[in-house]
Design a protein around this ligand. Structure first.
Ligand code: AP5
Length: 207
């Protein structure tokens, strides 16, 4: 099966994806992670994406669809899409690549999004996620897993977070109705703990 994680910035898509990959062995495809790697490498794609990401705007659909098509590379199942699709055009494009069987919509209000993302820290080396409020590292600024340095994403400043949320409402929230009408959307309350969110989604997947 192919699974999509949909939800506002900071809803916990990456955190849940890591657990689902561990437990169910999905192939994880996060368009945000791919774009950040391209930016770090200074590739042509990275140079194009950087400005959009720093402002909290969406990278153009054709660029994203090309990137996804290349990574899916003709395979038809076992994918977990995280942060993709983000527009109706991307969802229609994805359907031409492979079928989507289930969409988990992680629902979280704006104030909680801002609170969570302002406190997020990420490991520069292994990409592990921390949260100064709910999941702090044992030693401040240092990754528990690999000892790497923790940093704050440039798009996790409050004004950019609020713009990302606005963009989400305008461009991505219409996907909720789109997938609901197809009968494949399951809503999960993302304000629960990471363990509870995972348990609810795991139950849906085992049905
Ligand atoms: P992307 O990287 O996809 O960012 P996002 O969707 O805004 O999502 P985040 O990574 O910020 O949050 P998340 O939901 O994964 O939450 P996380 O698990 O980290 O995209 C970045 C940019 O790239 C976009 O703005 C755009 O420019 C571009 N882009 C990417 N994809 C694109 C596309 N398809 N089309 C066009 N442009 C695209 O958790 C957040 C924090 O909360 C962490 O600190 C975590 O520890 C904590 N946390 C997680 N779960 C819980 C919980 N249940 N309870 C308490 N705390 C929790």
């Amino acid at each position: 099966m192919n699974l999509v994680l949909l939800g506002p910035p900071g809803a916990g898509k990456g955190t849940l994806a890591a657990r689902l990959v561990e437990e169910f062995g999905f192939k994880h495809l996060s368009t945000g992670d791919i774009l950040r790697e391209e930016v770090a490498q200074g590739s042509e794609l990275g140079k194009l994406a950087k400005g959009y990401m720093e402002r909290g705007e969406l990278v153009p659909d054709e660029v994203i669809l090309g990137m996804v098509r290349e990574r899916v590379d003709g395979e038809k199942e076992g994918f977990l899409f995280d942060g993709f699709p983000r527009t109706i055009a991307q969802a229609e494009g994805l359907e031409r690549i492979l079928p989507v069987n289930l969409v988990i919509y992680l629902d979280l209000p704006e104030e909680e999004v801002v609170r969570r993302l302002s406190a997020r820290r990420v490991c520069k080396k292994c990409g592990a996620n921390y949260n100064l409020l709910t999941q702090p590292p044992k030693v401040p600024g240092v990754c528990d897993r690999c000892g790497g340095e923790l940093y704050q994403r440039p798009d996790d400043r409050e004004e950019v977070i609020r713009n990302r949320f606005r963009v989400y409402l305008e461009r991505s929230a219409p996907l909720i109705g789109y997938y609901e009408r197809k009968g494949i959307l399951v809503r999960v309350d993302a304000s629960l703990s990471p363990e509870e969110v995972f348990a609810r989604v795991a139950e849906v997947l085992r049905r």
